[in-house]
Write a protein that binds this ligand. Structure first.
Ligand code: DX5
Ligand code: ZN
Length: 215
């Protein structure tokens, strides 16, 4: 059974409250929050004033994915906005070990995110300290993109590394996830599926979430 973390980026921002309410009623375990700064990625999404509101409405733990430069600057704000797990990009982090320790000290789970071009082998000396690794299966910045199939190999390689290092890290996959691509990554060892368009643009999002959970 996969953990499902629907991405709020694909929700109807004119009816955010009803979208969050729908997630509350669903079998999704988490709610995935994509914060973008227009510098690390070529798009801007939403920031902390919106998250304050999401925090009040969501009964699901917030899985916060920061697509921003210098993510460590914002650890306190993420925690204050209800962050349960904080994902920082490997490519945006100079002192990753320190960042991970600070996220944990703030009382959150710590996760590192890899862009499609970043090999999982680079996590060899940090994976034992992580609660989760988020593998991007699209180039970050936008919802609704096509799944990059090499991600399946990366999931398998990461699973091997996690076992070798006795790490308890979960494997999350984000981008272009649907029933078919979700199955590919779950079969390769993924624990958590992020899904934006597949959930929010479907006719029956609650049933779509149940479908992903059962993979
Ligand atoms: C992309 C974001 C994703 C996005 C996924 O930069 O990190 O979380 O919302 O959307 P889909 O599932 O539509 O690819
Ligand atoms: Zn994301």
């Amino acid at each position: 059974m996969a953990i499902v973390s629907p991405s709020l980026l694909s929700a109807d921002f004119g009816n955010l409250a009803s979208s969050i309410e729908m997630i509350n009623r669903s079998e999704a375990e988490w709610l995935h929050i994509d914060v973008m700064d227009g510098v690390f990625v070529p798009n801007i999404s939403f920031g902390f004033p919106v998250l304050e509101y999401v925090k009040k409405l969501s009964q699901k733990p917030l899985d916060v994915h920061l697509m921003i430069v210098e993510p460590t600057k914002f650890i306190k704000q993420v925690k204050d906005c209800g962050g349960y797990i904080m994902n920082v990009h490997y490519e945006a982090s100079t002192h990753l070990h320190r960042s991970i320790q600070q996220i944990k000290e703030a009382g959150m789970k710590a996760a590192v995110t890899l862009n499609p071009h970043t090999p999982v082998s680079l996590l060899e000396d940090i994976v034992a300290d992580l609660d989760m690794v988020l593998l991007m299966s699209v180039n970050p910045g936008f919802g609704g993109q096509k799944f990059i199939s090499n991600t399946v190999n990366k999931v398998a390689a990461l699973k091997e590394l996690i076992l070798k290092k006795n790490s308890g890290a979960l494997i999350e996959v984000d981008g272009g996830i649907n029933q078919q691509t979700g199955k590919l990554v779950v079969d390769a060892g993924a624990d958590v599926l992020v899904a934006g368009n597949w959930v929010f643009k479907s006719e029956d999002p609650i049933a779509t979430i149940s479908g992903l959970k059962s993979l």
